[in-house]
Design a protein around this ligand. Structure first.
Ligand SMILES: *[C@@H]1O[C@H](CO)[C@@H](O)[C@H](O)[C@H]1NC(C)=O
Length: 340
């Protein structure tokens, strides 16, 4: 399927190059991701399914990525799976083989496509895509597997909170009063950032992140490029600014975290531990300490270039247990409804 559509695309492109004016063909070939006329009419997007965008980078994880993509593709909730390949030095041959394997060994109903990112920028994972046919998008890394029930539950939580960011892994910003700067940390009882290890959001936020916010957002996106990190934090800024509310943390029954060095900060590892079970706070390795420091610097930079601290705290976690707890507003905070 992939190969066929690639060949079709090539054929169509050549057709345009040879039979139409060059200006037209160029526009066809290098489309501007922020050209909103090229994107789907939001009214035509489906809201009963989700599009999964998995970030891929390291070749050694391809087998894992393949099983992850196949699992999502088999879910009736999934409309399509896109693997966004961000490593520019991976040989085309490897990707062609991977793409072949994806079609050959996946039997799910949702199509899986492998897309080589046109830019190594981490911002590219949030580019709006005309191929996304759903209102909801799941952004995830290649290192986390979530069980099907927790995934379905997270999608239901999104359905009732479609403007919020939904995630399984949370972090927090805070202020270091003595040094008067922002830090990146974990609080036992509140959070303001969900990680792209697993993040559900509205398709429209991809456009807001990539194309909205004028020159301030352009500067914020270049902070991401300079740091080669923190695109997830910036998305939390964008959505918090838009909604005036923090993200929603969902408890997973089962999450396996294969550990990506890029995410290695405070070593939560396991989704079940979620908010409070943040083990390993003591004895931080220096690499983790460095990672946290850089993430704190990103928060300070985003605050500076965007001119305000948009991040908002949320409290509590939505869990899918007996009676299905939900979050309720209480005194301006979200708490479990059964705690009222
Ligand atoms: C494709 O599948 C074959 C057979 O299972 C395997 O040997 C190979 O490593 C896979 N290659 C990629 C890039 O996925």
């Amino acid at each position: 399927m992939n190969l066929v559509s690639t060949i079709q695309t090539l054929f169509v492109s050549f057709f345009f190059v040879f039979f139409f004016k060059p200006s037209l063909s160029l526009r066809t070939l290098t489309s501007d991701p922020c050209d909103s006329t090229a994107l789907r009419d939001p009214r035509t997007l489906r809201s009963d399914q989700i599009t999964v965008l998995i970030n891929g980078y390291s070749e050694s994880r391809i087998p894992l990525l393949q099983s992850l993509a196949a699992t999502y593709s088999a879910s009736p909730l999934v409309s399509a799976v896109f693997i966004l390949w961000g490593n520019p030095s991976t040989p085309s041959q490897t990707l062609a083989e991977f793409s072949h394997n994806l079609t050959a060994f996946s039997f799910g109903s949702a199509p899986i496509s492998l897309i080589r990112q046109s830019s190594p920028s981490l911002n590219a994972r949030f580019l709006p895509r005309p191929s996304i046919a759903t209102v909801a998008v799941l952004i995830c890394d290649d290192d986390v597997e979530i069980d099907a029930k927790s995934f379905a539950f997270a999608f239901r939580v999104w359905e009732s909170n479609p403007d919020r960011l939904i995630g399984f892994f949370a972090r927090s910003h805070d202020i270091d009063l003595t040094r008067k700067k922002w830090i990146y940390t974990i609080h036992p009882d509140k959070y303001s950032i969900v990680l792209t290890k697993f993040m559900i959001l509205k398709n429209r936020y991809l456009f807001e992140y990539s194309c909205g916010g004028g020159s301030a957002m352009a500067r914020a996106r270049s902070v991401v490029d300079r740091a080669r990190n923190c695109e997830d934090i910036l998305m939390n800024f964008v959505v918090a600014e838009e909604t005036g509310a923090g993200p929603v943390l969902v408890g997973a029954n089962w999450a396996r975290d294969w550990g990506d060095a890029r995410n290695e900060d405070i070593g939560d590892g396991d989704g079940r531990r979620g908010l409070s079970g943040t083990v390993a706070q003591v004895g931080l390795s220096s690499r983790r300490a460095e990672h946290r420091k850089r993430r704190g610097e990103c928060i300070s930079e985003f605050h500076r270039v965007l001119g305000k601290m948009a991040l908002r705290y949320s409290y509590g976690k939505v869990v899918n247990s007996v009676g299905e707890q939900g979050l309720c507003q209480k005194g301006g905070k979200l708490v479990f409804c059964d705690q009222n």
